[in-house]
Design a protein around this ligand. Structure first.
Ligand SMILES: Cc1ncc(C[n+]2csc(CCOP(=O)(O)OP(=O)(O)O)c2C)c(N)n1
Ligand SMILES: [Mg+2]
Length: 281
């Protein structure tokens, strides 16, 4: 087992540590899962990667903490910037890490259309159920009844299930785990980055904000992890999945896993066709 120091030296920026996250924040588990995924695949440096994030706590996971080229963009605009990077240099592996607000609210249009195009990106959405950085406002994934700073009597809106939404597009891969499913989480990251290397690959990590969700509900981080396990229902379990989403039950698992051509494969095949004199139809 490599030591924590080993990971810090290899994939994290020493000068950026300790992280700015609240004590017990599950973003640390996501960083750990990313680092372990790279370590287990024998990736010595991250030179071929570009990480792109929007604005929010989750957006800080790659930038500034990971030793990788990263773009910390405008709120909601991680996807279009990532698309630009990929199209400018298709040889790069482009990974987006951002929050439920950034990707599922202000940036939702970009997310859905990148998924529809099966754009060659890996996207990790850390869903902490609120806008954490701005102090716990309701987000599109806030479960019914949950206290937030903008819903002091509990959220009365229907939340959005981003995995189900994206599973209906042409995205190649869609999965959801929680930090309590560490190995599954890590394996999904490996699958997205090393096995399925084309098309749109999306992973949602349901990781309730330790400060504005769990502590407010009287749960310490360890208790919050146990609750995540207790509430989780495996998608593959016959007869079990239903309403889904991060409410009382959290449906976890792989919603979709395909390997059809991604945006760039299609683009190049059409360029080739045009070169050979083919037209439409
Ligand atoms: C255009 C714009 N609108 C609003 C904000 C304020 N803002 C900063 S982070 C954020 C929400 C982030 O929520 P999420 O993406 O869920 O990240 P978290 O902090 O919860 O990890 C908002 C609304 C902003 N920075 N820019
Ligand atoms: Mg959030």
């Amino acid at each position: 087992m490599p030591s924590a120091e080993h990971f810090a030296l290899k994939y994290l920026r020493r000068e950026a540590l300790p992280t700015a996250f609240c004590p017990g924040c599950f973003n640390g588990i996501v960083i750990n899962a990313l680092a372990k995924a790279f370590e287990e695949e024998g990736v010595e440096d991250l030179r071929n990667y570009v990480f792109v994030s929007g604005i929010g706590c989750a957006a800080w996971i790659p930038s500034p903490f990971m030793k990788v080229d990263s773009l910390h963009t405008l709120h909601g605009r991680a996807i279009p910037v990532a698309v630009g990077v990929k199209l400018a240099n298709p040889g790069l592996d482009v990974v987006v890490v951002s929050g439920d607000g950034d990707l599922g609210s202000i940036g939702l249009g970009h997310l859905v259309h990148a998924a529809r195009r099966n754009m060659d990106l890996a996207v990790i959405m850390v869903n902490n159920l609120v806008y954490g950085m701005t102090r716990g406002q309701q987000s599109p994934t806030t479960p019914p009844g949950l206290w937030t700073t903008t819903t002091p009597y509990g959220s009365y809106e229907y939340p959005m299930d981003v995995c189900r939404l994206l599973a209906e597009t042409s995205a190649n891969y869609v999965a959801r785990w929680t930090p309590a499913h560490f190995n599954r989480l890590k394996e999904s990251i490996k699958h997205m980055l090393f096995r399925r290397r084309r098309g749109f690959r999306f992973l949602e990590v349901v990781a309730p904000c330790t400060t504005y969700v769990s502590r407010r509900r009287g749960l310490r981080p360890g208790e919050a992890l146990k609750e995540l396990l207790r509430k989780s229902v495996r998608l593959e379990k016959p007869g079990k999945p239903g309403s889904g989403g991060p409410g009382e039950r959290i449906v976890v698992g792989v919603f979709k896993d395909e390997d059809k051509p991604g945006y760039l494969d299609l683009y190049y095949s059409y360029v080739e066709r045009a070169r050979r004199g083919g037209t439409h139809g």
